[in-house]
Write a protein that binds this ligand. Structure first.
Ligand SMILES: [Zn+2]
Length: 458
């Protein structure tokens, strides 16, 4: 007798295909996949006729704690993720000065007590001390992915210069082939120039459309070239976060033909919302929302695999905290997008553009797991893997209502818009954890995912 079986559904197995089959789950893991008559008896059976069963989505790019602090936002936003079909979060952890070592144990304990999804960390590197401690972070806390900013953001982050960026790639390289440096690729002087020019032409502020001028596409493209060059010098792997321009897609298409070890992420907002959206300054973000041609270039990059992963860059902020009424300069950046990630990919990708479901599963689950050292435990549906699954009703249409999405925030980029294709059940670690918009588990009881460097750090 096993814990759970899921019958009658269609499995979407990345790298394999779409197939009618049942699943048996026991002690948190998938223990059998096959024709329904062949599965062992289960204590609970979920009837999934008409539904598609995906691996739990992995959002590799999340920011928490800008407003309420890390623990509180971890608690609410991971619930929003779970109800929305995301079972693992890659959290970008930020400390502008000083070592990460003193707080790591406590934040990991907080994850295990407060989160509703499994979690892994990317530590952001800002100082030579932090770069020097990369081997310790790997050894003591199983962190094998790190992040650096080539361009700072006033009030949020500082940047690293090219010298420290190269050192960061070299430090990551010492951990072996599975370690990786995520990079915010933008040329800082070009961004600063663009911001100064926009201050002159729009001193009183502008619109969401104007805000896109503040971070020109060539700043992303140039920094991608430089980051790829420095990664190659170090022999390290590079992960380009939140790609959002046509120029960036086209440049990476050329670079990736010649240089292995480069991986590329875009986000569900960049795949679906433009700077002309009626959401206005509520949609202010760095990088900014752009044009239809950029959105379509990103989808082209999804089709031909220039883009590997879908993240969110979720940065929750309530409507009042966004201050859109104070104008373009005073409005704050960030948006809460965990609860809509999967429906947006299904609506915009599958329904509107015919992107195959397996491709969505590949970039939404398999590739993040592979790139960040979580595969084969995570990222697919396979015997022995964690039973993280999301049952999707492709035909279900819902008008986005932020009040049912479990975030501490109170708005959505898609509020009032109808999306087609919604998760109707999330299974996390073999347990039915969410049904519809209802959560069936308490916070905690999740795993902080330690990853093993392939080369033992000195
Ligand atoms: Zn980010």
């Amino acid at each position: 007798m096993v814990d759970l079986s899921i019958t009658g559904g269609t499995l979407v197995i990345p790298g394999v295909g779409v197939q009618r089959a049942g699943l048996a789950v026991d002690r948190g893991r998938v223990m059998a996949i096959g024709a329904e008559g062949t599965l062992p008896a289960a204590r609970r059976t979920v009837e999934a006729s008409g539904l598609h069963v995906f691996p739990g989505f992995i959002d590799p790019h999340v920011h928490l704690g800008q407003v309420l602090g890390f623990e509180k936002e971890l608690r609410t936003e991971s619930r929003s993720a779970l109800a929305g079909g995301i079972t693992t979060l890659g959290i970008h952890v930020r400390k502008l000065q000083g070592s990460y070592l003193p707080e790591m144990e406590a934040t990991i304990k907080a994850v295990e007590a407060q989160a509703s999804t499994d979690v892994f960390y990317h530590l952001q590197l800002f100082t030579p001390e932090q770069v020097a401690e990369v081997p310790q972070y790997a050894r003591a806390f199983g962190v094998t992915s790190f992040k650096a900013y080539m361009c700072g953001m006033a009030g949020f982050t500082t940047s690293v210069d090219d010298g420290l960026l190269l050192e960061a790639f070299q430090a990551v390289r010492t951990l072996g082939d599975e370690a990786i440096l995520a990079v915010h690729c933008e040329n800082e002087p070009l961004v600063n120039d663009a911001l100064a020019r926009l201050r002159q032409t729009k001193p009183e502020g502008g619109t969401l459309a104007d805000w896109a001028e503040s971070h020109p596409a060539i700043a992303e493209e140039e920094a991608i070239i430089r980051a790829a060059f420095l990664a190659a010098q170090a022999g390290a792997r590079l992960y380009v976060v939140h790609l959002n321009t046509r120029l960036g897609v086209e440049r990476l298409r050329r670079i990736r033909r010649e240089q292995p070890g480069i991986y590329v992420e875009t986000t569900s907002p960049y795949l679906s919302v433009t700077r002309h959206d009626p959401i206005g300054l509520l949609g202010k973000m760095v990088l900014p929302l752009r044009d239809t041609e950029d959105v379509e270039a990103l989808w082209a990059g999804v089709r031909d695999d220039v883009i590997d992963t879908f993240g969110t860059d979720n940065t929750g902020r309530p409507r009042a905290g966004k201050q859109p009424e104070k104008g373009m300069w005073e409005a704050r950046t960030g948006y809460p997008v965990l609860g809509t990630h999967v429906p947006v990919l299904l609506h915009e990708g599958y329904h509107r553009r015919g992107i195959p479901l397996v491709k969505l599963a590949e970039k939404g689950a398999l590739n993040p797991a592979r790139i960040f050292g979580l595969y084969p435990r995570k990222g697919t549906i396979a015997v022995g893997g964690d039973a993280d699954l999301v049952l999707v009703d492709l035909e279900r249409e819902e008008v986005v209502d932020p009040s049912v999405l479990h975030s501490f925030t109170d708005w959505s980029l898609w509020e009032g818009k109808r999306l087609k294709g919604w998760p109707v059940m999330t299974v996390r670690g073999g347990v039915v954890a969410a049904e519809g918009h209802r959560l069936l588990v308490e916070p905690g009881g999740v795993t902080y995912l330690r990853r093993a460097p392939s080369r033992s750090p000195q």
